[in-house]
Design a protein around this ligand. Structure first.
Ligand code: ZN
Length: 256
């Protein structure tokens, strides 16, 4: 009798052990969240912070506190690859840390969602593909420090002059297929040369340095953006402002 009882107990332990070791890792993590959030008034609030927003960096938290919105929360079909959040940019450095989402002023994010709808109404297989949105002044300052005294200094607005990106009212973007394959615009993003400048497109078409197809692709992007109220600029095919510079400075504060 007692031998059977012992075997029963050992079998129970074994079965409990198997059940917990085969559990989904996510279900193992959940009790940790539940335990912390179920404490009615934690004695030390700093202990709770990492759990409440485990994937939100300080920079991203500041953007949210400044009232900016994640454009993909508004329009999930817009594709985002923040070029300054990796070393794959003309600086060769990541100046955004672990931030991966693009933030804009709510009104500007609405305009971008409208541009995506306008694009997809005409070209259902295409999507906006965002390279950069708000760029806080602290990041602008880092970029300025990296390029100061180099040939690239001319391509970065000084923190004093400021960029409309600092206000969350400008966006850098191209087009991609809905599967995420970038569309050929004749140059990559942040190509610093005349070939990237819309004002010279006709000249480069005549010389054969840009094809009609590449110019048509830029026109598809411009048509969608302009229909939503954005303004293009003459020096970069990828950059669009939501309003005039004066209007942006009147409406918004620069994000620090
Ligand atoms: Zn830009």
């Amino acid at each position: 009798m007692s031998t059977c009882w012992y075997i029963g107990v050992i079998l129970s332990w074994f079965l409990i052990g198997c059940a917990s070791s085969s559990a989904d890792p996510q279900t193992v993590e959940n009790p940790v969240d539940t335990t912390i959030s179920s404490i009615p008034s934690p004695p030390d609030s700093s202990m709770v912070k990492p759990v409440s927003r485990p994937d939100t960096s300080d920079l991203e938290r500041r953007l949210i506190e400044a009232g900016l919105v994640n454009i993909q929360a508004l329009e999930p079909s817009i594709q985002v690859e923040l070029k300054y959040a990796s070393p794959d940019n003309f600086l060769g450095e990541n100046v955004y840390g672990d931030i991966r989402r693009c933030y804009l002023q709510p009104e500007v994010a609405d305009m971008l969602a409208r541009a995506q709808r306008a694009l997809q109404a005409k070209h259902p297989n295409l999507s906006l593909y965002v390279f950069d949105g708000v760029r806080p002044r602290s990041v602008q300052f880092m970029m300025w420090k990296i390029v100061k005294g180099t040939d690239q200094q001319q391509y970065v607005a000084s923190p004093k002059a400021g960029s409309m990106h600092n206000y969350g009212a400008s966006v850098d973007l191209g087009l991609a297929t809905t599967e995420g394959v970038l569309i050929d615009m004749g140059t990559p993003f942040d190509f610093f040369g005349e070939l990237a400048q819309p004002r010279y497109e006709e000249r480069f078409l005549a010389s054969g340095e840009l094809t009609q197809r590449q110019i048509d692709n830029r026109r598809k992007l411009r048509a969608a953006m302009l229909s939503a109220g954005f303004h293009g600029i003459l020096s970069e095919w990828w950059h669009f402002n939501a309003f005039s510079r004066d209007s942006i400075k009147q409406r918004y504060q620069a994000v620090e």
